[in-house]
Design a protein around this ligand. Structure first.
Ligand code: AMP
Ligand code: MG
Length: 336
């Protein structure tokens, strides 16, 4: 049987769209890092030495977090937790705590214990396959965020649960990078961690950073967001997928079924000041789809959303509409 690799790749958000701008004594330094299975682009503006030092420190931080969070290395915290060792680093305990909170808040649409199902589909290592129904039922028995307990820096799993931080790690890392930039005297920066964008401040000249929102079908962007101090994080079925017998299977799993979420959306972009939350919610709202996702947004604060449906309709929540510019038609969602 032939398995075709589609053009399934994370959004190449083009940071060059948004440079530091021209201002005397302001340098723009940039760095590309490969970590967390993706290409990361970091840009820092300011004094040249400070910006270079900040980027080097950010790279070290990304590699440190990647080493803690990856599932496939016996030395990682997540591997150890998944295999019964409770003691973890402070950062691991913190991200697992946040992930468990988001899992609970979204009633398990985001479920950080999705690992056994992800393994079945072969999304680790790229050995894609379509599991049998009975395999999925057995794996789902081990999925449940309620089986996580975090006490201090000890993370304990029960019921055969295993963690997969793939839906939240990049958002978490982007927040850590912002802290490091600030500690290094940088107040103007933009990073894209495999399309997960986080801006620090504005450009040095006071203008906002302009971020392109990718068209899930490829080609032209659906529009632009002008942001400062915000994360912009997109989940899309197109980002990682494979085709088997004419059916496309993607990497965002509905924990209620064990199959790729089929909620009627092609992509969900979450905008908010907390990158960790925005990342978890981008995955969760993709699983929920437009109606449930809008309801969730109406009853929770701290973020805005752009939905692109399977019919290519664009829905933008009112806070996002204020900073969204597009030539396409879009509907604005209000809070009531
Ligand atoms: P994202 O691109 O942020 O939506 O994250 C997708 C990644 O999160 C997948 O590659 C998996 O590692 C993981 N994942 C898939 N489905 C879920 C889910 N329902 N809840 C939590 N994590 C998930
Ligand atoms: Mg996510």
């Amino acid at each position: 049987m032939k398995t075709k690799r589609l053009l399934c790749s994370a959004a190449a958000i083009i940071l060059t769209l948004s440079g530091c701008g021209n201002k005397a004594l302001t340098k723009e330094e940039s760095l590309t890092v490969y970590a967390m299975d993706t290409v990361m682009e970091l840009k820092a503006c300011g004094d040249e030495d400070a910006a270079k030092a900040a980027l080097r420190a950010a790279e070290r931080e990304i590699l440190r977090l990647d080493a803690l969070f990856r599932r496939d290395s016996e030395d990682s915290d997540i591997y150890k937790i998944n295999h019964g060792t409770a003691q973890a680093s402070a950062d691991t305990a913190e991200i697992v705590r946040r992930a468990a909170e988001i899992s609970a808040s979204t009633d398990g649409a985001f479920d950080v214990t999705i690992a056994p199902v992800m393994d079945l589909w072969g999304f680790y290592g790229g050995n894609f396959r379509v599991p049998t129904d009975s395999e999925i039922v057995a794996a789902l028995e081990r999925v449940g965020y309620k089986n996580i307990s975090v006490g201090g820096e000890a993370v304990t799993l029960s019921g055969g649960a295993q963690l997969d931080l793939g839906g939240i790690a990049k958002g978490f890392a982007s927040e850590k990078i912002m802290k490091i930039f600030v500690e290094n005297g940088i107040s103007s920066a933009l990073v894209s961690l495999g399309g997960n964008v986080r801006a620090l401040g504005t450009k040095p000249n006071g203008e906002k950073w302009r971020i392109a929102v990718q068209n899930p079908d490829g080609g032209a962007y659906i529009g632009y967001l002008d942001i400062s101090d915000l994360a912009v994080i997109t989940s899309g079925g197109y980002q990682r997928c494979f085709e088997r017998d004419g059916v496309v299977y993607h990497h965002i799993i509905d924990p209620a079924t064990g199959y790729p979420a089929d909620s009627g959306v092609k992509s969900v972009t979450v905008i908010g000041s907390d990158g960790t939350l925005a990342d978890g919610l981008s995955t969760a709202l993709f699983v929920m789809g437009l109606d449930k996702g809008t309801e969730y947004w109406r009853t929770h604060d701290g973020f805005d959303v752009i939905f692109v449906t399977n019919e290519n309709e664009i829905y933008v929540t009112e806070g996002a509409a204020d900073i969204f510019e597009s030539d396409s038609h879009y509907e604005i969602l209000d809070k009531t």
